[in-house]
Design a protein around this ligand. Structure first.
Ligand SMILES: Cc1cc2nc3c(=O)[nH]c(=O)nc-3n(C[C@H](O)[C@H](O)[C@H](O)COP(=O)(O)O)c2cc1C
Length: 390
């Protein structure tokens, strides 16, 4: 299949599954424990029904949004995904370039392979996500590097208080110190293009973290330093200190409780990404879309509310905006694209979602993404009962 023949995110996922060793595909697709959270994330989004309104002029539905002092041409962006280059060489760079050319936000992961400086050069409007490390001087240095590189928005991910239990990866040996089982290694041999690249390039570096390792440290040594620093105990006090240190926009990612959202606003956060990490952290957390209405009700317009987890269709983005989201993000959808076809696959994933949003807006008779509200939701459907949930 060529990228242009992919007509859905599901098509890109099928190609990625074929091209990647199972152990790597499972790293992307997998979630915590029984992976019920992944199913719930997608299902709860699909449960939201949108009621079409007809006889309106929707010839060119507008998708542009303005948030956090930036204008974007798309109402969705690319969520931070660590170790993306294990799926395709320079994946972070391909994703950032694709987002820049689509006018979409890109969040560089705190466990990225490409450096802050390289990403800023290809997407000056990119955001950087940090996992607050145990050593405060490393956090300070990363913030300084962001500022020097001209990045405006810091995203603090708070939903990793401890390692998650991803059983696919544990069984296959894809956890530090990365000793794949014999079965996983033999299966990988069925994907020669990936194996040749891995044998040539080895494990990709966490480039941002090389600065905190000794000169000549191997990629494995650098991941060791990262693993010693993260996860660290994170508290509201630490977040407040970050607020004092960081002069730019501050977004907190991984909030699921209305009171935490209120506390984030009180701590001075400019934005909140309601997220359960794509079901990768805690299998019993609710789908973000289930708790979103209660969070929206609690904080109102005091902060910019965004959402990720489970988005695979443009109509998922439209549904999230009807609930009050001002931006959405995808993690796996664009990773499948880049894993399947590199840059062209990332472009394709964004184009598919963009086109589906255009169609969904036309179908429901809404001329602009910024005009979406609860009036497009089916009265009494899942979202209505979610509104009263706290
Ligand atoms: C392979 C992979 C790696 C991820 N790495 C990070 C990360 O480094 N930092 C982070 O905040 N979230 C990370 N996430 C979570 C995403 O940012 C996002 O919340 C999630 O993927 C959204 O769900 P979706 O994949 O269903 O779109 C990762 C997700 C995946 C699939």
């Amino acid at each position: 299949m060529t990228p242009d023949k992919a007509i859905s995110i599901g098509d890109l996922k099928r190609v990625a599954r074929r091209r990647l060793p199972k152990i790597i595909f499972d790293y992307i697709e997998g979630g915590a424990e029984d992976e019920a959270g992944i199913v719930r994330n997608e299902q709860r989004l699909r449960d939201i029904l949108l009621v079409p309104r007809y006889l309106r002029d929707v010839s060119t539905p507008a998708q542009g949004v303005e948030i956090l002092g930036q204008s974007f041409a798309r109402p969705f962006g690319i969520a931070p995904t660590g170790m993306a280059a294990i799926a395709y060489a320079d994946a972070d760079l391909h994703l950032a370039k694709a987002a820049a050319s689509a006018g979409a936000p890109f969040i560089l992961s705190g466990a990225s392979n490409s450096s802050i400086e390289k990403i800023a050069a290809v997407h000056p409007g990119a955001w950087y996500q940090i996992y607050l490390p145990k050593s405060e001087h490393i956090a300070e240095d990363l913030l300084k590097r962001m500022e020097v590189a001209g990045l405006s928005t810091l995203v603090v991910t708070v939903d990793v208080p401890a390692h998650s239990k991803r059983e696919r990866s544990i069984r296959a040996g894809w956890v530090r110190p990365y000793k794949p089982t014999l079965a996983a290694t033999l299966e990988a041999a069925l994907h020669p293009a990936w194996v040749v690249r891995y044998l040539r390039d080895g494990l990709p570096y966490l480039e941002n973290w090389q600065a905190y390792a000794e000169t000549g440290a191997s990629a494995m040594d650098v991941t060791g330093i990262f693993a010693r620093e993260v996860p660290a105990i994170q508290t509201w006090d630490r977040l407040k200190r970050i607020r004092e240190q960081w002069p730019g926009k501050l977004v907190v990612k991984g909030i699921l409780h209305p009171q935490d959202a209120l506390d984030a606003v009180a701590a001075g956060c400019d934005g909140i990404i309601v997220s359960n990490h794509g079901g990768r952290q805690f299998d019993r957390s609710p789908a973000p879309v289930e708790v979103f209405p209660a969070i929206h009700k609690a904080v109102g317009e005091a902060t910019t509310l965004m959402l990720d987890s489970g988005i695979t269709r443009g109509s998922d983005v439209v549904a999230a905006f009807c609930l009050g989201a001002r931006m959405t993000f995808v993690g796996r959808a664009t990773l499948y694209g880049v894993a399947a076809f590199g840059r062209a696959g990332a472009d394709r994933a964004l184009a598919i979602l963009g086109r589906e949003i255009e169609l969904a807006l036309s179908q429901i008779g809404c001329p602009s993404i910024s005009e979406l509200d609860e009036s497009y939701l089916q009265h009494g459907n899942a979202s209505a009962s979610m509104t009263s949930a706290t």
